[in-house]
Design a protein. Structure first.
Length: 457
């Protein structure tokens, strides 16, 4: 990186907030993407840690003038290589932008982009409020969650990040600061808000978000429903939703996977019966409603062939179950080539899982799959196989994607496209749609400096 550029960056943010030492830079070059498919980062970067939207605007004006690529980094929890710098570039770390205010009267939080999900949850609870969504790792940054329109286990009842964002502060690649929306539940004036949500940072850097909160649920419960086989389990999930009960979360896992995760954590999976499980998470404003829903769901599951459900009532029991479920990827990661993010219609989940079995048999491999069955978002893993080349893994992934497409599904539900899904994007989007996306990108970022090589080519 040119020394003059580094000096200009120091003038903008201060000398202490520009990082050039290689040993320090290493922590800003990777994310949680599985190592075999993770893009190889360049070390020819300078990391800058701004404190305000104004400083980011000055950085982007400099980068745009000099045509220097810029990669934005949040909590580094992404799974598609979105924040990994692959070109000589400026890396903007959002870690210092961590202010948050909770407006109890309006049931809103105003959070800078570097605020973590964990902090948002904590500050909302301190104010007697609740952030219903739980879109991923609690170390993830709010800016990244908004940019990727993150989902997570609670999206069944409460929706994805898009459902909670009512205002944004965004800095465009040419250095303009936009303030869009506000503390408004209804707003049909600005048309730009949702353009920035889910576009993975290619149109602008999100620096602040106004997020809707809700009153705290007074009663919660988690029920693990065991089934003898997958078919019975996946066919029961839509029956629960059709009953009129929308759980906070509705997850599907299998015995081998969940026990692997429990063992990795030094814990024990509490449900001993069954080979396939639905994890039903309920949250309501009174205990009577929760118990009524538990009874109704239990009846539905029993009628559809379940074994005896296991009820976790205490917070400790509920947290244990959710911890084991949430750590499946970490437990499998050492042997994972790639974790996919398929979405299919809820009614087609069983057929998709059958296709995974067929492909596993065809390729003589293991394709573990689990996920958010309540919204059809599943995470099949492509696992390491002795002697296989990367081309063989790619061929298997292509077949998995084709299976999803035939069932009316798509490439990603929550992880995003990032860098590693680009090669399969054309299987799901038309040339016309991709060209329109390129034109929109060109309007906002004429010199293609912001997150180049992400989302579209």
């Amino acid at each position: 990186m040119n020394e003059n550029i580094i000096n200009e960056l120091k003038k903008i943010v201060g000398e202490d907030w520009v990082v050039t030492k290689k040993e320090v830079l290493q922590g800003y070059l990777l994310d949680e993407t599985a190592e075999p498919v993770r893009p190889k980062p360049t070390e020819d970067v300078v990391v800058v840690k701004p404190k305000s939207a104004q400083e980011i605007a000055e950085i982007l004006k400099l980068a745009n003038r000099e045509k220097i690529p810029v990669f934005t980094r949040g909590g580094g929890t992404g799974l598609v290589g979105g924040c990994i710098p692959t070109q000589s570039s400026i890396v903007i770390s959002m870690e210092r932008m961590d202010k948050i205010e909770v407006d109890k009267e309006n049931l809103m939080a105003v959070a800078e982009a570097g605020v973590t999900l964990g902090t948002l949850i904590e500050k909302a609870e301190e104010a007697g409020l609740f952030f219903p969504a739980h879109p991923g790792d609690e170390g993830a940054h709010i800016g990244g969650l908004v940019a990727c329109n993150a989902g997570g286990a609670r999206a069944v009842k409460t929706g994805v990040m898009r459902n909670y964002v009512v205002g944004l502060e965004v800095v465009t690649p040419t250095g303009e600061i936009l303030n869009i929306g506000g503390k408004l539940i209804k707003n049909n004036t600005s048309k730009l808000l949702h353009l920035f949500i889910g576009t993975e940072g290619i149109l602008g850097i999100i620096t602040k978000a106004i997020i809707r909160l809700s009153p705290q649920y007074k009663a919660t419960a988690t029920m693990v429903v065991p089934f003898k086989d997958r078919h019975t389990a996946v066919k029961t999930a839509p029956k629960i939703l059709q009953s009129g009960i929308i759980p906070l979360g509705l997850e599907y896992v299998e015995k081998e996977l969940i026990e692997t995760s429990a063992k990795h954590l030094g814990m024990e999976w509490p449900c001993k019966e069954g080979n396939a499980f639905l994890i039903v998470i309920l949250a309501e404003f009174d205990e009577e409603t929760v118990y009524s829903e538990l009874e109704k769901i239990s009846e539905i599951c029993t009628k559809n062939g379940s074994l005896e459900p296991l009820l976790a009532e205490t917070s400790e029991e509920q947290n244990k179950i959710l911890k084991i479920r949430s750590e499946i990827y970490i437990a499998l990661k050492p042997n994972t080539i790639d974790i996919l993010d398929i979405v299919v219609p809820i009614s087609k989940v069983g057929e998709f899982m059958d296709e995974m079995d067929r492909l596993a048999k065809k390729y003589d491999t293991y394709i573990p799959a689990y996920g958010h069955i309540g919204d059809g978002n599943l995470h099949p893993h492509v696992m390491r196989k002795e002697g296989w080349t990367m081309e063989q893994y790619k061929e298997l992934k292509k077949e998995i994607y084709n299976a999803a497409k035939k069932l009316g599904g798509t490439l990603t539900g929550e992880h995003g496209i990032g860098a590693i899904r680009l090669e399969n994007l054309r299987a799901f989007l038309s040339d016309e749609e991709i060209e329109l996306m390129r034109k929109i990108k060109k309007i906002f970022d004429p010199n293609n400096i912001l997150n180049p090589g992400r989302v579209i080519l």
